[in-house]
Design a protein around this ligand. Structure first.
Ligand SMILES: Cc1cc2nc3c(=O)[nH]c(=O)nc-3n(C[C@H](O)[C@H](O)[C@H](O)COP(=O)(O)OP(=O)(O)OC[C@H]3O[C@@H](n4cnc5c(N)ncnc54)[C@H](O)[C@@H]3O)c2cc1C
Length: 87
């Protein structure tokens, strides 16, 4: 859909076909990476994204039985500094 919107903005004749009769929430959270967030902002949907989402601070993987940290990857401000855009 992002590709279709951007191609439309660039002046192409765009047609989007969808087989589903209804588009609805499927119960999954979506991780919006910085490159995707940049595109969403470029489409003028940054405020909408901010109103629907939260900014994750880190990915934290722990061992199931004792809570021992296996991996902790900082996100949030750190990822903005690294990639030039927030997640
Ligand atoms: C479990 C899971 C979790 C994911 N989590 C993330 C995430 O956190 N962050 C992230 O960035 N990405 C995530 N992804 C990947 C992301 O969902 C896809 O990259 C993205 O949806 C691709 O978008 P698309 O528009 O190309 O295709 P789709 O979203 O698959 O859309 C294709 C559409 O075409 C329709 N269609 C199919 N065949 C026809 C036909 N013959 N005629 C008409 N319509 C048709 C389908 O009904 C569908 O609505 C996840 C994927 C899965 C499966």
């Amino acid at each position: 859909m992002s590709a279709a919107l951007n191609l439309l903005r660039a002046g192409f004749d765009v047609h989007v076909y969808e087989q589903s009769r209804v588009l609805r929430e499927v119960g999954a959270g979506i991780n919006v990476t910085p490159n995707a967030a940049r595109v969403i902002h470029g489409l003028g949907l940054g405020d909408k994204l901010a109103s629907l989402g939260v900014m994750p601070m880190a990915v934290h993987q722990q061992r199931w039985d004792d809570g021992h940290t296996l991996l902790r990857t900082p996100l949030g401000i750190e990822i903005e500094r690294h990639f030039g855009f927030r997640q």
